[in-house]
Design a protein around this ligand. Structure first.
Ligand code: GLN
Ligand code: ZN
Length: 764
């Protein structure tokens, strides 16, 4: 029979119980014991859900109070020295607070220390804690939690399959500290502990251990490919069956590496890379099982069970009992339970499946394949088919005008009329800015008063007029402050925006919002991404009245502020019935209308933020260019309709631009503001090397700290910038939006920034 399983379940809880429990614990409002109890309750509930759905195994090892990669670091005793954990490591019992200190810098007990770096897990919005690797580092089994959780599951009568980040992916995700060295030199030490872990699990009668190796879907250097073979030869000695799990893409040139591993099973992602299935099966040895990830673990759409069954039938014939079915990756990346969405309309709801619903999909698909479908399975199959037919035909999804407009586009639509050099002349005339013009990135402090006003309006405790009046007061305040500071290009401050994507999604047609569709972003932080359901269009202007009002308060140019199409796409659940490119261009066209209306309302500087441009990059370099082409085109589509004299800004805040500098230049924004202050302007080298032709505002101070930046320091940074970029193309601005800061911090910081700009004007 076909085996059904999952790679992991969301741990945050349907009501974000884990968030509440950990935050209460950190704040000293809840005991350690209460936190542990909450953890246990959640694990039991999640196993119960998997058991009730009829899965053959429940997943153990996917639970974490903070992060599953951090769990492995703790398991291996890989705790940086500054956390003073050598006694705990020696005892083999690293304290939970030590893990929290690694994650957050502090915990209810133990000395605070600088937290470990956090970064995005492959191409997801989930952030993991980066393992810190030292030359000659030693590893030792240093935590019992995993084994305790196995006991816990078994005591309740569940059949656990253990899941753990694999040794090579753990090293791959790690960063070397101190002298740079080859991370693979640490592999043997890491494997020693993995072998010990596997032996311990075998003693607990664990049959299957899933080792997550998503590094296998990336471009791996030859030495790493070879290390895979070496590593798994060592691990096979342990008396458990290993399943190596690849996901987030195809194995590509790692296909033979993966299929030749001496392991009992392999999991592949058939959602992102359906074409690889036959190739993998051809290469599998006759005793190996293949787990096929057929249900999308990265998105919220209901599966077409009938279609999947057809696709799987011939594979079932070839694999027989060696076939396992699963979601494509851990369900960590989707919301927990659709049933909680009592206010979502029935039609939309019928098109969706969250983690709990996906459990049922896996099980039903398994039974359909095995010809042992129950009446309930038959109903699920019929309901899925019906819902998907309805979705395909729905007028809510398909808007002729949007599709026709997209079809009519010509290359000219994504090009400004004149080249930058000519536009710059028109813009100088129009804006009459001093050299080294000063501006900010958009948001000003989101005070408690602002949040309270927005909340009251959302809860219908404030009527529109009162709300709008209050927001205008906030805008007027921000404008007055900027005038007093003598900033050159002003912003309205974004007081009305809850979130830079949600704000636009709520006003665009084609978007839907859930109430409880939370997905873990990092630690206790969750995000609730909008769902792009159908063709996107803009029924009415979204930001124009605010910008127009703000402009009416000042003679200085007021910058209009929009979130770019790629960022809106990247931070949403995207429809799966057309290419992402198409959806992105639809968003771009909606924004293009907004840009045109802003321009028509007399706004002569418009910023379109694209902080997520870089994170949209595919995991394989060979696919980068195709992505960048449509991403750049989408940005351009949104802005290219304006006159020469209208100045287009964009903003990005990731420090690694070097490898996409060509695409950044291709955006052809008149001005780009970027995060550089922490990298000491080094970033600008890439712009210089590329001979980046347009204007740049390298962030002169780091908004992430409350400290007031020094005038002389900012002048020095700009002087470094001047070595690389000519004065007439440099702007002076902070490195990101100021919404997380307080006015008491912002005002002195900006006063110094303006002083720095004025000092530069005297000298250059
Ligand atoms: N305009 C946005 C702000 O200032 C940009 C946010 C961002 O870069 N992520 O808040
Ligand atoms: Zn930013």
């Amino acid at each position: 029979m076909t085996v059904s399983h999952i790679l992991g379940y969301p741990r945050i809880g349907a009501q974000r119980e884990l968030k509440k429990a950990t935050e209460a614990y950190w704040a000293g409002e809840q005991s350690r014991e209460a936190l542990e109890t909450q953890g246990k309750t959640l694990r039991q509930a999640h196993w119960q859900a998997q058991f009730d759905a009829g899965l053959d195994y429940v997943s153990v090892g996917d639970f974490a109070f903070y992060d599953q990669v951090l769990n492995v670091s703790v398991l291996l005793g890989a705790v940086p020295e500054r956390f003073n954990a050598s006694d705990e490591i020696a005892r083999g019992d690293i304290d939970l607070d030590t893990a929290f200190r690694m994650a957050r810098g502090r915990a209810p007990s133990g000395e605070p220390a600088a937290a470990c770096e956090m970064t995005k897990y492959f191409d997801t919005n989930y952030h993991y804690l980066v393992p810190e690797l030292h030359q000659g580092q030693r590893f030792a089994l240093a935590c019992e939690r995993l084994f305790e959780e196995v006991d816990e599951a078994q005591e309740t009568g569940f059949a656990p399959k253990v899941t753990l980040t694999g040794p090579l992916t753990w090293l791959w995700l790690g960063k070397t500290k101190g002298n740079s060295f080859d991370r693979l030199t640490l592999l043997e030490g890491v494997l020693d502990v993995y072998v010990e872990v596997l032996n311990r699990l075998a003693k607990q009668n664990i049959e299957w251990v899933q080792l997550d190796e998503p590094a296998l879907v990336q471009d791996l250097p030859l030495a790493w490919q070879q290390a895979y073979e070496r590593a798994y030869h060592r691990l096979q000695a342990a008396p458990v069956k290993l399943m190596v799990a690849s996901y987030f893409g195809g194995l590509g040139d790692n296909l033979s590496v993966a299929t030749r591993l001496p392991v009992a099973g392999l999991h592949v992602d058939a959602v992102r890379a359906p074409e690889q299935l036959e190739l993998v099966i051809d290469r599998l040895s006759p005793h190996q099982v293949l787990s096929i990830g057929m249900i999308d673990g990265r998105n919220v759409w209901r599966s077409d069970l009938a279609v999947l069954r057809e696709r799987l039938m011939p594979l079932k014939v070839r694999l027989g009992n060696r076939l396992w079915l699963a979601p494509s990756c851990s369900l960590l990346h989707v919301p927990v339970d659709l049933e909680a969405e009592t206010e979502l309309d029935e039609e939309l709801k019928s098109w969706l499946a969250f983690a709990r619903q996906k459990l049922n999909e896996v099980v039903t698909l398994t039974r359909l394949l095995d010809h042992r479908a129950t009446a309930e399975d038959e109903t699920r199959l019929a309901v899925a088919t019906q819902a998907l037919d309805a979705r395909r035909a729905s007028a809510r999804i398909h808007r002729g005008v949007v599709k026709e407009r997209l079809a009519r586009l010509s290359p000219a639509d994504s090009q400004r009329t004149s080249p930058y050099a000519k536009r710059a002349v028109a813009q100088r005339r129009e804006l009459a800015l001093p050299p080294f013009p000063t501006t900010t990135i958009g948001s000003f402090p989101q005070t408690n008063a602002i949040r309270a006003t927005r909340r009251a309006y959302k809860n219908a405790e404030l009527d529109v007029d009162t709300y709008e009046t209050k927001m205008r007061e906030e805008i007027a305040y921000a404008v007055a402050r900027q005038e007093a500071l003598d900033i050159d290009v002003l912003v309205h401050g974004e007081a009305e925006r809850n979130d830079m994507v949600e704000y636009f999604g709520e006003q665009l047609d084609g978007f839907a919002f859930t109430r409880f569709g939370w997905v873990q972003s990092y630690g206790s932080r969750c995000v609730k991404p909008p769902i792009i359901v159908g063709d996107v269009s803009r029924p009415t202007p979204m930001t124009v009245r605010w910008s127009e009002y703000a402009q009416s308060l000042t003679d200085k140019p007021m910058k209009g502020m929009l979130t770019g199409p790629v960022t809106i796409l990247q931070w949403s659940f995207v429809r799966d019935d057309q290419p992402r490119e198409t959806t992105c261009k639809q968003i771009a066209l909606a924004l293009r209308d907004e840009v045109a209306d802003l321009e028509g309302a007399g706004i002569s500087v418009i910023q379109v933020d694209e902080p997520a441009l870089r994170e949209g990059l595919p995991l394989r370099q060979s696919q980068w260019q195709a992505y960048l082409n449509w991403a750049v085109e989408s940005f351009q589509l949104s802005v290219a309709g304006v006159e020469d004299a209208t100045q287009i800004h964009t903003h990005m805040c990731y420090s690694e631009f070097n490898d996409i500098i060509g695409a950044i230049a291709a955006l052809d924004a008149d001005v780009i503001t970027i995060e550089t202050s922490r990298s000491d302007m080094e970033l600008l080298e890439a712009f210089q090397d590329f001979a980046y032709p347009n204007e740049i505002g390298p962030g002169v101070y780091d908004i992430h700290t409350p400290n007031t930046p020094d005038v002389a320091w900012m002048v020095t940074l700009m002087e470094k910038a001047l070595e690389k970029i000519p004065a007439e193309r440099l702007w002076v601005n902070p490195d990101c939006g100021l919404k997380t800061r307080r006015w008491e911090e912002v005002e002195p910081a900006l006063a110094n920034m303006v002083a720095a700009a004025k000092a530069l004007r005297k000298r250059y």
